[in-house]
Design a protein around this ligand. Structure first.
Ligand SMILES: [Fe+2]
Length: 247
């Protein structure tokens, strides 16, 4: 259970990401209802289980892709991070603390890259759901219409961000202050270090889509938008962040 249940709950509390914690805890953790507010969320970090079966998103994302992307890539980030912090003065830091303290520090690039990739991937798995995609409803839909002009305009921005991220990276829907924005980040970079609250993300590293889409990244992004996006997760993140700001 280690990484993620406790780490994500702490993240949720800090960033208002209640849905992130709830979404990941539902299936992934042995003791999902164990409150640990006073415990520090430190290494050894562990690979969280997927919030759905590895074939649940087929044919849009295959089980083979999850075998590699979750079972190999995500797992390697967890393993690498543990090796990097074990026995150091950083061993008592949480995942989020490691991300924040290493961001922009070239001497800690390895820690940042692996810690952020652990966090980003867990967020990405929860940004997708079987029978997902299409337009959101409710307050988030109203906010998207207000801040982007329309859902279609949001989709256009999101697709462009993902398609134009040169090399590896991520496209995100974030809450920046009181405004929704689409942003893209390179490699392991995450909006967390920019004071933005992630609501939804897509991984556009080649390893995310090459088995199923080869070099057709735009097709992968379109499929994410139309078939996979977990708007329930994004809406819950939005409402939690809004509530946190109002408190
Ligand atoms: Fe990835």
């Amino acid at each position: 259970m280690l990484v993620t249940r406790r780490v994500l709950l702490k993240t949720a509390a800090k960033l208002g990401l209640a849905a992130f914690a709830l979404g990941t805890s539902k299936l992934a953790f042995a003791k999902p209802n164990t409150p640990t507010p006073s415990r520090r969320d430190t290494m050894p970090f562990t690979l969280p289980e997927l919030p759905y079966a590895k074939d649940a998103l087929a044919p849009f994302i295959s089980a083979e892709t999850f075998d590699f992307h979750h079972g190999k890539h995500h797992n390697a980030y967890v393993t690498n991070l543990n090796k990097l912090v074990e026995g150091t003065d950083l061993a008592n830091k949480s995942l989020e603390e490691l991300i924040q303290l290493s961001a922009g520090d070239a001497s800690k690039a390895g820690i940042f890259n692996n810690a952020a990739q652990v966090w980003n991937h867990t967020f990405f798995w929860n940004s997708m759901t079987p029978n997902g995609g299409g337009a959101p409803t409710g307050k988030l839909a109203e906010k998207i219409a207000a801040d982007f002009g329309s859902y279609e305009k949001f989709v256009e921005e999101f697709k462009t961000a993902g398609a134009t991220q040169f090399g590896s990276g991520w496209a995100w829907l974030v809450l920046d202050g009181s405004t929704l924005k689409v942003v893209k980040t390179a490699n392991a970079e995450t909006p967390l270090t920019k004071g933005q609250t992630p609501l939804l993300t897509i991984d556009v590293w080649e390893h995310a889509y090459y088995i199923d889409y080869q070099n057709r990244r735009p097709d992968f992004i379109s499929t994410f938008v139309e078939k996979l996006a977990n708007w329930k997760f994004a809406a819950a993140n939005f409402e939690a962040a809004s509530a946190a700001k109002a408190a």
